[in-house]
Design a protein. Sequence first.
Length: 556
Amino acid sequence: MFLIGKGDMAEILDKRTGALRLFEFADFSRSVNSLGLGFALSDDKGQLVYVAEPDGLSSDRQSLAKVCESLLGKPDSQTHDVAVQVDTNYIAAALAQNKRGNGHKDYSGIAVIDLGTSGQNESLTTVLKQMLTQLAGSFLAEAKARQQIEMVSTELSQMYEELVLLHKLSANMKVTESDCNYLQMACDSLTDIVSVEGIAVLVEKQIEDHRQLVIAAGAGLIDIDWHSAAVIHDRLEQELTKGNEALLDSEVDSPFRYHWPDNIRNVIAVPLIGKEKASAGPSGLRGHNHNIIGLMVAVNRIGKADFDSIDAKLFNSVANGCAVFIENGRLFNDLKELFVGSLKALTSSIDAKDQYTRGHSERVAFISKWIAEQLAGVEGLDQELIHKVYLAGLLHDIGKMGVDEVVLRKQGKLTDDEFARIKEHPTIGAGILGGIKQMLEIVPGVLSHHERCDGKGYPNGLKGEQIPLIAKIISLADSFDAMTSKRTYREALTLEQALEEVRKGLGTQFDEKIGRVFLQSDVYHLWDMIQDGLKDIYSTEDMSKYGMTAVGTLIT
């Protein structure tokens, strides 16, 4: 008994799972040898890898190999699982390993009983044929079981990758994440599992007076303009109306149902469906039955002949996640717009009470942002803190809503009692905002913006480092704007006069480090922007986006 060669059969026999198979072959060969007959195995090329002979029998290796080659060379479209061939000197069985997609079988090798000099014996031949058929059937059963295990293992691996992908999409679904970043991550993660030549996510956008699908993310070789996007949308809408979950088209099993560019072999498209009630948009993108806010399309599947239903389910799962993210983002932007509108309404109500300080809150917010940005180059302030400084500057005088208009609008010197009532506005403002959870981080700026570094400020007489950084910044911005603005009781200071007052106040009224950073900045450029009117600045798209971004730091 011996093993030779390194073919497929030899590898199977060398595996741990093949140890029992080798034992079965050895046991079978002993039974055959006890009858004075030989036993041999070949690999799928007809090369002998196992031979067992009784004493006195020397099998003809060349004849054995020819028998194996002969059976391997026959058509493999057998209707039976086990193919057995009997001739004068040999009984051979093909060991079927698996079935190909066309129903034909591939063979791992051949098992042969060498009848030797005994020749044909009908009774013995029948028994041996049954024995060999049983052996081959056992081999086939094990091969099928192994294939089933491999298939289940592959499916579990695929399922695990899909679950990891969906978890990744869920974990990164943060309203602060940009649409482009999230959708690109979705594309990249999906193509790690499903290989394609090109993939794109298109999202519905308002362009001038029309709604169009535009590419928001993608990868690989794919070229979609607004016209082809509309065509894909219409075809996808047709498929959804028919009850299909995706647009799948190829010429693998039948001709294309739709006309596609020559470079496309197969295509898949799935919808990003919004929850809002569908309505026809100006460009007709929204169908009667589906509120399609975008779509995901991929072309030319790699590794398989075509996209299948499994791919469609995965694409739909990812597309659903993308749709949820986009709608959450839009709802979040609506919330931010509402919040920004509320803030502007509050500041406008302050201006309405004191017409002589109209625009003061917006200027203080802008100057505070300027100072914080200059300080960031020295102190390393993060962008989120700068946003909060801006919002605190916008709302720093909100407490004046609780001060009598007669006092606010009084011309001339205030009495001690009137000044005491004015000094209550930081506390009133902090009380108003303190009841709003999202505003808690800007309350210190509102409460302490009239504190002084020498401890002579109000309402709590804080000194130096006791004063929050955000309040120190707003204090300087508030004072600078007050000095350069005309009031009922005095004329506005010139820029040079105001800067000189800031210098005099360093270390007493103003924080010295913050004051010097402000004085060393391009104050003349800041001054020009203020003189041109912040109305123009705040009406620009950039400032509108900045306000939305700043508010986003409070409500995330």
